[in-house]
Ligand binder design. Structure first.
Ligand code: PLP
Length: 398
């Protein structure tokens, strides 16, 4: 009898989104016709920018003619897109060659697949609260996981610790769920720590486009020494509305070498074995994002989400509630008032004001007592949710 990968038996059931669906479902059944203000969603609500739609249409037409038809694409990405992304990095002062950029179908795929490059006996450090896929992908691979819980004392931006040395470090900045963003010095400390210990940083930059403070790094490769210790995983999902269209990219510098093997070359070998690349049509749509007009149009959409963040932040400021995120990220991470637990606060908001958010406990035990609001909803819903929140939590008797 074939044996399954027994590590799957070690996966903990994720009750987070299941529980939210159960609770909201039960509420709607008991209160038919009620409208819920869904401030928990991680998906975008605005459509793809016009410039992307035009490029997608053009690419479909290309596929209809013998002269312009594309069959299999290069496994690691079309040169036109890899070059456009390399130029984009250059604009930030980061020098990469186009072939250090690998086009992908999105960050989720890469966060799991990239683990092929590391020995199963290597350990992984996850800074918590965290995007749940980091832990689960490593449990599936049977890897030893170290947790680094963080909290308000360091604004959810921990420094490396000697007692938490691992082979792989996951760093997500801007962070999901906390919205916290590492500053240059803080990130440099992680880069130096990784280089000193021979570790590799998996830098999840899915939300980099939401950074507005000019001094904050968008890419780990803006830091000295990162090219010898980091892999950066990016996505066009939130940057440009590609959640359903699927496109991302991963940067593996050629200078990243361990045990005499070059991770860049290993990934070329991996991709040419395990994928046949991303479709021509989607890559053409993605290339449009990196044109000046594409950048202008994505900024317009991001500005809508940023306005939502501003509305929620203003409400929390007026209530004197502690939170982080929002300014440079599409998530706001607030402390539940009056020492409430995160599910208790969830139930309270649902029952009293029909606002749905995400309980912090779902992102790791240290998320207990916190609550995540997403800014990806509609401006109307966000305004009304903020108004209801202010009214409810601002009541004298609360
Ligand atoms: N990384 C983080 C931190 C995320 O929050 C998400 C999606 O919500 C992803 C990666 C996955 O992005 P993609 O849509 O590119 O798979």
């Amino acid at each position: 009898m074939i044996l399954p990968n027994m590590h799957y038996a070690n996966l903990k059931d994720s009750y987070l989104f299941y529980n939210i669906a159960q609770k909201t479902g039960a509420y709607l059944e008991a209160n038919p016709g009620t409208y819920l203000y869904r401030m928990g969603i991680g998906d975008v609500s605005l459509p793809l920018p016009e410039v992307v739609i035009q490029a997608l249409h053009q690419a479909v037409d290309d596929q209809a003619t013998k002269e312009h038809f594309h069959g299999y694409m290069p496994e690691c990405g079309a040169p036109f897109l890899r070059e456009a992304i390399a130029e984009h990095y250059k604009g930030r002062g980061v020098q990469l060659s186009a072939d250090e950029i690998f086009v992908s179908s999105g960050a989720s795929d890469e966060l799991g697949d990239i683990l092929d490059l590391f020995d199963p006996s290597s350990s992984a450090l996850v800074i918590e609260p965290a995007y749940p896929a980091y832990v689960d992908a490593n449990v599936m691979a049977g890897r030893n996981i170290l947790h680094l819980p963080c909290g308000r004392e360091n604004e959810f931006l921990p420094s490396p610790r000697q007692d938490r040395k691992a082979d792989l470090f996951y760093i997500c900045s801007p962070n999901n769920p906390t919205g916290a963003v590492f500053g240059r010095d803080q990130l440099q400390a992680w880069v130096d720590f990784a280089n000193k210990n021979g570790s590799v940083i998996l830098f999840d930059a899915a939300y980099e486009a939401f950074i507005q403070d000019p001094e904050l790094p968008h890419s780990i490769f803006e830091l000295d020494g990162a090219q010898t210790c980091a892999i950066e995983i990016c996505s066009l999902s939130k940057t440009a509305g590609f959640t359903g269209t699927r496109l991302g990219y991963t940067v593996i510098p050629k200078a990243l070498v361990r045990g005499g093997l070059c991770f860049h070359d290993m990934w070329v070998r991996n991709r040419t074995t395990k994928t046949n690349g991303v479709s021509y049509i989607i890559q053409k749509g993605g290339a449009a994002v990196f044109t000046p007009e594409g950048q202008r149009q994505i900024r317009e959409n991001i500005a809508v989400y940023k306005n939502n963040a501003g509305v929620l932040m203003q409400a929390l400021d007026s209530l004197g509630i502690w939170y982080c995120g929002g300014k440079n990220a599409p998530y706001i991470w607030m402390q539940c008032p009056k020492g409430m637990g995160s599910w208790e606060f969830f139930d309270y908001l649902l029952k009293e004001i029909q606002v749905v958010g995400t309980p912090g406990e779902g992102f790791g035990a240290c998320g207990e007592g916190y609550f995540r609001f997403s800014t990806f909803g509609s401006p109307q819903d966000t305004r009304e949710a903020a108004r209801r929140l202010t009214e409810l939590l601002g009541k004298k008797e609360f």
